[in-house]
Design a binder for this molecule. Structure first.
Ligand code: CUA
Length: 182
């Protein structure tokens, strides 16, 4: 019937779209865009960090700047061998690497690479007042594969579209197509 052939066309257009997107993505490289260099400034104050959450991707190089608005705060970053002391109203801060002893370094910024996915907490490591133990934030390192997400989203949209069509009544034609997409 007419309605069924129209559905067939819609199915084919959808499939071709997905295959085209997948082909384009594989030619462009499934690993996504090149790792980025990011300059991130974290401002510490009683009793929080601004921003409280940082989102980066594996492979990114981060240049971190730390400032304090009020008293001396610390910045200990889980999993990255980094501890810092941030003094108020100063451009520089002090960096130490807990694994290699007490040697400190006075810097305006600290550059490091994120090599592992995951969630890494940062917390204040300098007693700064009553709520000091609760002064925390988190660095979230994502997989750096936005293209996977894009293709997945497109397939999801297509499936949603088919489900919506199924609801409008012509079940048989859609069921055929549903098999073809798996
Ligand atoms: Cu800020 Cu302890």
């Amino acid at each position: 019937m007419k309605q069924r052939s129209r559905l067939r066309i819609i199915l084919w257009v959808g499939l071709v779209t997905i295959i085209g997107a997948a082909a384009g993505a594989s030619m462009g490289g499934w690993t996504g865009p090149e790792p980025q260099s990011r300059e991130i400034t974290v401002v510490a104050h009683q009793y929080a960090y601004d921003p409280p959450r940082l989102h980066v991707n594996v492979g990114d190089t981060i240049t971190l700047k730390l400032h304090s608005l009020d008293v001396i705060h610390g910045f200990y970053l889980e999993g990255h061998d980094l501890d810092a002391e941030i003094r108020p109203q100063e451009k520089t801060f002090t960096v130490t690497h807990p694994s290699s002893g007490k040697e400190t370094e006075e810097v305006e910024s600290y550059t490091f690479k994120v090599n592992r996915r995951g969630k890494f907490r940062y917390r204040c490591s300098h007693t700064c007042g009553t709520m000091h133990p609760f002064m925390t934030g988190e660095l979230i390192v994502g997989p750096n594969t936005p293209l996977h997400a894009g293709v997945g989203g497109m397939i999801g949209l297509f499936i949603g579209f088919m489900l919506a069509l199924r609801k409008t009544g012509d079940g048989a034609g859609v069921a055929d197509g549903g098999d073809a997409t798996t």
